[in-house]
Ligand binder design. Structure first.
Ligand code: AMP
Length: 386
């Protein structure tokens, strides 16, 4: 199959930071982009994409994407399925296709696919009514995590039930009985790791290095590449991610997040058929970025085998760093640190928990990269300003 010719336009649903770096990667390879996002000031709209402002399922805007784009991709998985259906039924190539998207939108489907493919997950139980809720607690025991089946991200739509006394509060807080939930057994993980797999339309797959992720209150805080895992665990992560990519008929990239449990087993937590926050480090750390690999995959260009160039650490810059101001971050101290790269996404309002930017540090060892990344973040923290 011939690749989509450079000069053709790529459509992107979603204009956040992931869309921003997709736009830039597309531009490097000679593809103009059109981004659809409800926010006229979105990060991807500031780096040279044409912007369509409106709802993701606005039929007129989708029609424009169809007419003007050779392929449409997306930067977040909660794209309305009717939007994808409209694009496909008007003959537009959507990559990754609807199967990967539907599975990633639904935590029960994700785990069911894993189970079907023989890939371990945390024990789980779908909860559609109060009987299921009580039964899940009996089956899985406390502590137990309840998550909304769809729509949750960055720890939103989740509640931990520590003991039965909290059960009715958890039940009502999550809108249970109205919104489908999944109950998950608590995993006393020793490590969280992730991998990004890319798959071409011809079925070729390549893997980015396995990274370690550290979350704070459900939000990614730190990524370390490479993860401190042995070859056997790395191969297992590749095997699981590859099986998922083939089964989902993926054309694009898929990020798979895992727990390493106390027995050293890998359990899939969740997956996303799009660039991922834990892949930001690939802008410096690997021989090509996750964003370029996504563009290569969706346009039918050959995939490259990513290699790690140097140990790398990435820390997110969340809104609380701005304190109670909306002022400019002081970058001088961070940028004075060897190997440090600062990215700001151009978001006007720094809200607590909002991803505003990130810092990547490359260094001779992972420990040094982590130490310097944390130091760089302290350097930009307005709360720590004298
Ligand atoms: P998620 O939105 O499912 O990725 O969850 C966000 C974070 O919450 C994960 O990266 C873990 O740190 C934690 N978490 C989620 N599910 C579990 C679980 N079943 N057991 C222990 N920790 C969990």
């Amino acid at each position: 199959m011939k690749p989509i010719a450079n000069g053709s336009t790529i459509g992107i649903l979603g204009g956040g930071q992931l869309g921003r770096y997709l736009v830039m990667a597309a531009k490097h390879l000679g593809y103009p982009t059109i981004v659809l996002d409800p926010d006229p000031t979105c990060p991807a709209g500031q780096v040279g994409a044409k912007l369509l402002v409106g709802a993701y399922d606005d039929p007129k805007l989708l029609q424009q994407l169809s007419e003007r784009c050779a392929v449409v991709t997306y930067e977040f998985e909660n794209v309305p399925t009717n939007a994808i259906q409209q694009l496909i039924s008007s003959g537009t190539l959507v990559r990754p296709g609807p199967r990967a998207l539907e599975v990633a939108q639904n935590r029960v489907q994700e785990k069911t696919w894993c189970r079907y493919l023989g890939i371990p997950t945390a024990p789980f139980y779908p909860v559609n009514n109060h009987d299921d809720f009580i039964q899940s607690i009996h089956n899985l025991g406390c502590p137990i995590l309840f998550k909304t089946v769809s729509g949750g991200y960055d720890g939103k739509g989740q509640r931990l039930l520590r003991d039965m006394s909290e059960s009715e509060a958890v039940w009502s807080d999550l809108g249970a009985g109205v919104v489908p939930l999944v109950a998950e057994g608590w995993v006393a993980f020793t490590l969280e790791v992730a991998i990004i797999v890319a798959r071409s339309a011809d079925g070729d797959v390549t893997y980015f290095p396995v990274v370690q992720n550290v979350h704070e209150r459900g939000i990614l805080d730190l990524t370390v590449a490479p993860a401190p895992v042995d070859d056997e665990l790395r191969r297992m992560a590749e095997d699981y991610a590859g099986r998922l990519a083939h089964a989902l008929d993926l054309v694009g990239i898929l990020a798979v997040e895992f727990f390493v449990d106390p027995e050293g087993r890998l359990l899939v937590n969740e997956m996303a058929p799009r660039p991922h926050n834990s892949g930001h480090y690939t802008l410096e750390g690997t021989s090509l970025s996750q964003f370029e690999q996504q563009i290569r995959a969706v346009t039918g260009l050959p995939l490259a085998e990513p290699t790690l160039l140097h140990p790398t650490a990435m820390v997110n810059l969340l809104g609380h760093l701005w304190g109670d101001t909306e002022g400019a971050l002081p970058l001088e101290r961070a940028l004075a640190i060897p190997g440090a790269h600062v990215y700001l996404y151009g978001k006007a309002k720094p809200r607590v928990g909002r991803k505003m930017g990130h810092i990547t540090v490359v260094a001779a060892t992972s420990d040094l990269a982590v130490e310097r990344a944390l130091q760089a973040r302290r350097g930009v923290d307005l709360n720590e300003e004298p």
